[in-house]
Each structure stands twice: as structure tokens, then as C-alpha cells.
Design a protein around this ligand. Structure first.
Ligand code: WQD
Length: 351
């Protein structure tokens, strides 16, 4: 049973990926400094999988502490690296904090990979590396544009660091470019836990619907799209999680064609903001309290994925539809409200 180190294991995508890895026969060790995630989540992951998970509350920016985790687990066969700050707006206000946290953590990990000859590395990247594409859907060959934020630059730089480093490192890496993750695990035990006011669309919808937010704004309906609102490719977090397991299998089975490969993870379908809201209203039976606000600076008008490469080479087939994303996101929001006491220690603002 190969042991996989998941960094950011208590986070939204990290926790769902640990569930998928375990259910597909991998052993998992998790690292998370819990600065932006909730310690309850790992207990929930253990409840879903029925497995105890070794968890290290370690900051990857501390090289010695990170090295010690590898020393204690010399049999780590692969790494899935999620741990990073990812609030676009915050990255504009605090660029140095983003460059330091997101890049130093990656470099420390790679120094350990080099020391311990860890063979496989899967990196959590983002469609944000494409910037505002000239044509859609975007393929992995679409030339990235200048990033729209320091956060986006940390993903572009992370990809460059990996592709250059893996030219000389033993082993192989995969860069997974996520489109817009949404939804929650069907058990209703884990899901997205935004810190402070949610920036992302789906948690903004569910928190407005449940009354945590008095209302929400649609950031512009005067774009050149079918209904005037922006287009995105929403991908269910469970489909996204499974893609990580398939990416590891691809490396373990030595099917990879080079030492560093890129894959888009999106459904290939573009959905407008207003269509997403309508889908939520349909599955929840609730009328959403929103109105049209001004455009949000930095927003891309439209982007969605060409996902043929992941389908062909990873054998990945996203199964969940927009309605599934909204239904599971809503169920999770209702559960968080019920367990408010449990999540009362949730950080309330970004540190
Ligand atoms: C989607 C659409 C908003 C909130 C971000 C990150 C990206 C990746 C995915 C990490 C946009 C609109 C939103 C609201 C709205 N994250 N919206 N009202 O900006 O596409 O991508 O998340 O990798 O890096 O940038 O996602 O959910 O913020 O916005 O109208 O209250 O919903 O304007 O058109 P985005 P988002």
C-alpha cells in the first residue's frame, strides 16, 4: 500500500482527495498548519473512510519541521501538494505574504523530495494561470497570459519551479489545473469552509440562502455572454479529488510521457453566474436574495476547459452535474448550521 503525503490535508480539496485516495487503496499522511482550515475536518475524513490518519500540524515554510516528517515517513511514495494561500483579493493586498508562503513551502517540499528521492509529485494548480484567454475552451497548450493577481503568479511560478526542477530530479510531476471547484462530499460531513465573507460564487450563494449573508451581488450582467454574466467551468470537488488519485496511478504505473505533465480539470461546460443561481434555486427550492452589482476587477469574462487530455491519459470522467454541486453544497451548508457549535472555532478572518 503506497503512502502518500497530502499537504493541506484539512482543506477543502485536500480532505476530499484523502477520502478518495484511501477508498482507492492508498495510505495517507497529512500535513496542515491549520492556519486556514478546521481540525474537525480530519476527524470527519476518518469517519467517512473508517481509517485513522496520521496528521502533522506543521508549517511547510519551516524546513526543519518539514524534513522531520519525511524522516519519520521515509516510505512516502508520492506527494499531493495543496497547502497554499488562495484568496485572490488578499493576495493583491499582501503580495509578499503570498510569494513567501506559497513558494517557500513548495521549495522546502522539493528539497525534501530531493533528499528522500520521493518519486511522484502532484501539484495543485489553477486555471487562473491562463489569465483571460483569447479563445475558449482552453487546452493545456493554451499559452498562459500574465496572471491577474499575485496568487495567480504563485501558481505560474510554482509550475515553472516544478517543470525546471524535475528536469534534474529523479521522479515525475503532474500539474493539475483546476477550474472552479464546487459542491461537497455526498455524506454531508465535509465541504468548503470559507474564512470570513466568501469570495467564491457557490459558498456566497449558500451562505446568502441560509441567511449568514443578508444578500449577494452578481458582479456584472453587462458582459458579452449569453445572459450578460461571467462564464466559468464548475467542477464537483469529488470529481476533482478522484482526478488526483488517477494522476498518481498514472505516475505509479509509469504511463507518463515526460517528467512533468499538465492536465486541465474541468467539466468542459461553461456556466454563467445567473445559470448557477437558477440551478441552486431549483435544487434548494429557495429564492435567492441577490441583485446585480458592478463588475469585479480582475474577473475573466469567460473560461472553461477542454478536458480531453485528462480523459484520454488519466481515464478521468467527471460525473457530477451542476445540480449535484448545488445540492451537495446546500446540504453541507445546512449541516454546518446544525453543527455550528462544532465549527464555532472556525477562523473568522484571514490571518
Ligand atoms: C466565479 C464567478 C464572479 C461571487 C477563483 C479563483 C481561482 C480558483 C477558483 C483557486 C465570477 C462571480 C462570485 C459573488 C459573483 N481558485 N461571483 N458574486 O474568480 O472564477 O476563480 O476561484 O484556484 O484561482 O480566482 O471564482 O467563485 O470567485 O467567481 O457574481 O458573490 O462568480 O464575479 O464571475 P473565480 P469565483
Amino acid at each position: 500500500m503506497k503512502k502518500i503525503l497530502v499537504t493541506g490535508g484539512s482543506g477543502y480539496i485536500g480532505s476530499h482527495t484523502i477520502v478518495d485516495l484511501i477508498q482507492n487503496g492508498y495510505d495517507v499522511v497529512s500535513i496542515d498548519n491549520l492556519s486556514r482550515s478546521n481540525p474537525q475536518i480530519m476527524e470527519r475524513v476518518e469517519k467517512i473512510t473508517g481509517k485513522k490518519i496520521k496528521h502533522y500540524q506543521v508549517d511547510l515554510c519551516n524546513y526543519d519541521e518539514t524534513f522531520a516528517v519525511f524522516q519519520e515517513n521515509p516510505d512516502i511514495a508520492g506527494i499531493i501538494h495543496f497547502a497554499a494561500y488562495k484568496a485572490v483579493g488578499e493576495s493583491v493586498e499582501k503580495p509578499l505574504m503570498y510569494f513567501e508562503n506559497n513558494l517557500i513551502s513548495l521549495i522546502n517540499l522539493l528539497k525534501c523530495v530531493s533528499e528522500f528521492k520521493t518519486p511522484y509529485f502532484v501539484f495543485s494548480s489553477s486555471c487562473t494561470v491562463y489569465g483571460s484567454p483569447d479563445s475558449i475552451p482552453v487546452t493545456e497548450e493554451t499559452i498562459p497570459k500574465p496572471a491577474e493577481s499575485p496568487y495567480g503568479y504563485t501558481k505560474q511560478m510554482g509550475e515553472q519551479i516544478l517543470s525546471e526542477t524535475y528536469k534534474s530530479l529523479d521522479g515525475s510531476a503532474i500539474l493539475l489545473r483546476y477550474f472552479n471547484p464546487a459542491g461537497a462530499h455526498p455524506s454531508g460531513l465535509i465541504g468548503e469552509l470559507p474564512i470570513g465573507r466568501p469570495q467564491n460564487l457557490v459558498p456566497a450563494i449558500t451562505q446568502t440562502a441560509i441567511g449568514k449573508l443578508p444578500d449577494m451581488k452578481v458582479h456584472g450582467d453587462d458582459y458579452d455572454t449569453r445572459d450578460g454574466s461571467c462564464i466559468r467551468d464548475y467542477i464537483h470537488v469529488c470529481d476533482l479529488a478522484h482526478a488526483h488519485t488517477l494522476a498518481l496511478n498514472y505516475l505509479v504505473d509509469k504511463r507518463n510521457l515526460s517528467h512533468c505533465e499538465v492536465f486541465n480539470l474541468g467539466t468542459g461546460e461553461g456556466i454563467t453566474v445567473l445559470e448557477a443561481i437558477k440551478a441552486f434555486e431549483k435544487v434548494s427550492g429557495r429564492k435567492l436574495n441577490y441583485d446585480i452589482g458592478p463588475r469585479r476587477p480582475g474577473d475573466v469574462v469567460a473560461i472553461y476547459a477542454n478536458n480531453d487530455k485528462a480523459k484520454t491519459f488519466l481515464g478521468w470522467e467527471p460525473k457530477m452535474k451542476l445540480e449535484d454541486m448545488m445540492r451537495t453544497a446546500w446540504q453541507w451548508e445546512l449541516n454546518v448550521q446544525k453543527d455550528e457549535a462544532l465549527f464555532s472555532n472556525q477562523p473568522t478572518d484571514l490571518n
